[in-house]
Design a protein around this ligand. Structure first.
Ligand SMILES: Cc1cc2nc3c(=O)[nH]c(=O)nc-3n(C[C@H](O)[C@H](O)[C@H](O)COP(=O)(O)OP(=O)(O)OC[C@H]3O[C@@H](n4cnc5c(N)ncnc54)[C@H](O)[C@@H]3O)c2cc1C
Ligand code: SF4
Ligand code: SF4
Ligand code: SF4
Length: 389
């Protein structure tokens, strides 16, 4: 077995960081996303990459601990977050202790990568869910290791498969490394999102400056897309805001199409978690404690072990928090019990995408939209905003 043959490769890139002779690089496969590629003329067959791979080896999971419903008391930080904004409080605490925070940020209008911050003003860069795979470079792993060696506190946040990779550092730096995993539906390879942005820019003759998957609007609630753009050769900035099902890409994501193969077989879609703390959207709160429901989102926080508990204790003052002792609390987050189901025609869509590019997804979306949903969404967008699609 070699790491370029791991069929459920999640793209965590731990193997890349482990190779002593730099024989591994990243290949961006049109369908599979980013995967490791070995230069066999350099490889010395030490097997370090295989021994480190969380897909090949067992990963220690934590037992589900206390469950909380929480939100950030600072309204601006809350409105900037996807759900309750608890991540920002955790980041604030770690930075205030002289630590560093690692998480997913936009690097331009179409790419997402893990970056490191150690300044409170940069927390907003990591806030909000970006529904495409975030890449992690070898430099990031080196910087994390250096920070740990210098005894700095490190908060690493990401999808559970990325967090599973980071568990290798736990043995050595148990209390210094706080792992935060999100409840994860799956990820679409970054290249697909790039082709989506190119498709929109060409179709509407615009330059897209930024894309927000989880815009919150005082009137329209949450789960809105906000695109900031300008017409080509003009300087006038415009904003488009629409419900998630108005975007062919977000619709494709929500319906579970075009994910990495590993996501359909994800071993982290369980109640037992890899992180010290798990964050998600508290979708089930209305059924259990309707008085806690918030229009712009509420975080589901699962504290999985003693370290998670210690960190949570330190942010209690900055959040409004309620412990939830109800078995139904986790039932409304399907990815806490099983991976996302692969749609029957996913393979077909992938092959069409390979041939026609993003047009294949746009055409499928057009066919899938039902009349009822279409009229509801278009009305909403036409009334309020500049531009619909
Ligand atoms: C791809 C994806 C799928 C998700 N699926 C679900 C789900 O099925 N059920 C559910 O309850 N919650 C899901 N979430 C998590 C949820 O949307 C929120 O991110 C989470 O509740 C934290 O919210 P917050 O308001 O505390 O913080 P926010 O400020 O919104 O959280 C930002 C955090 O998310 C991380 N993040 C953002 N984008 C990415 C990315 N592309 N890759 C890795 N990490 C990222 C950042 O590093 C940071 O830690 C998903 C998130 C992502 C990115
Ligand atoms: S799962 Fe991670 S460590 Fe394993 S082969 Fe893929 S990128 Fe490498
Ligand atoms: S076997 Fe060793 S040398 Fe070869 S790619 Fe893996 S880590 Fe690098
Ligand atoms: S669904 Fe699983 S494999 Fe896919 S990104 Fe999320 S944690 Fe990783």
């Amino acid at each position: 077995m070699t790491i370029d043959r791991v069929t459920t490769c999640t793209g965590c890139m731990m193997c890349l960081s482990s190779c002593p002779v730099n024989a591994i690089s990243v290949k961006d496969d049109i369908l599979r996303g980013k995967v490791p590629w070995i230069d066999y003329s350099e490889c010395i067959e030490c097997d370090r990459c295989i021994r480190i791979c969380p897909e090949v080896n067992d990963v220690v999971k934590e037992k589900t601990g206390k469950v909380y419903a929480a939100f950030n008391k600072k309204n601006d930080a809350y409105m900037r977050a996807s759900s309750g904004g608890v991540f920002a409080c955790l980041a604030e605490y770690v930075i205030s202790q002289g630590g560093i925070v690692v998480g997913a940020a936009w690097t331009n209008n179409k790419n997402v990568e893990h970056i490191i911050i150690d300044n409170l003003k940069d927390i907003n860069l990591l806030q909000k869910s970006k529904y495409l795979q975030s890449s992690i470079s070898k430099t990031i792993f080196l910087q994390i290791e250096n920070a740990l060696k210098s005894n700095r506190l490190v908060l690493f946040s990401g999808t559970p498969c990325q967090v599973a990779g980071m568990k290798r550092y736990k043995k050595k730096y148990e209390d210094k490394l706080v792992l935060l995993d999100i409840v994860c539906h799956g990820v679409i390879p970054g290249r697909v999102f790039e082709t989506y942005i190119d498709y929109l820019e060409n179709r509407y003759n615009i330059d897209i400056l930024s894309f927000d998957f989880r815009h919150k609007d005082r009137r329209m609630g949450q789960y809105l897309n906000k695109i900031t753009y300008k017409k080509k050769n003009t300087m006038r900035l415009c904003e488009y805001i629409g419900t998630w099902n108005m975007s062919s890409y977000f619709y494709t994501f929500m319906m579970g199409y075009m994910y990495r193969e590993s996501c359909y077989q994800c071993k982290y879609s369980t109640k037992e978690r890899v992180g010290d703390i798990t964050l998600g959207d508290f979708w089930g709160i209305k059924a259990i404690r309707p008085e806690l429901h918030r229009r712009h989102g509420l975080s589901l926080v699962i504290v999985n072990n003693e370290l998670g508990n210690r960190v949570m204790t330190n942010i209690m003052k900055s959040i409004e928090v309620h412990e939830i002792n109800d078995e139904r609390a986790l039932a409304d987050n399907p990815q806490l019990s099983h991976p996302c189901t692969k749609p029957n025609d996913n393979e077909q869509l992938m092959q069409e995408y390979k041939k026609k590019g993003y047009k294949a997804i746009a055409e499928k979306y057009k066919r899938a939209r039902s009349g009822r949903c279409k009229s509801k969404c278009i009305l909403l967008v036409k009334k309020i905003y500049y531009f619909g699609k």
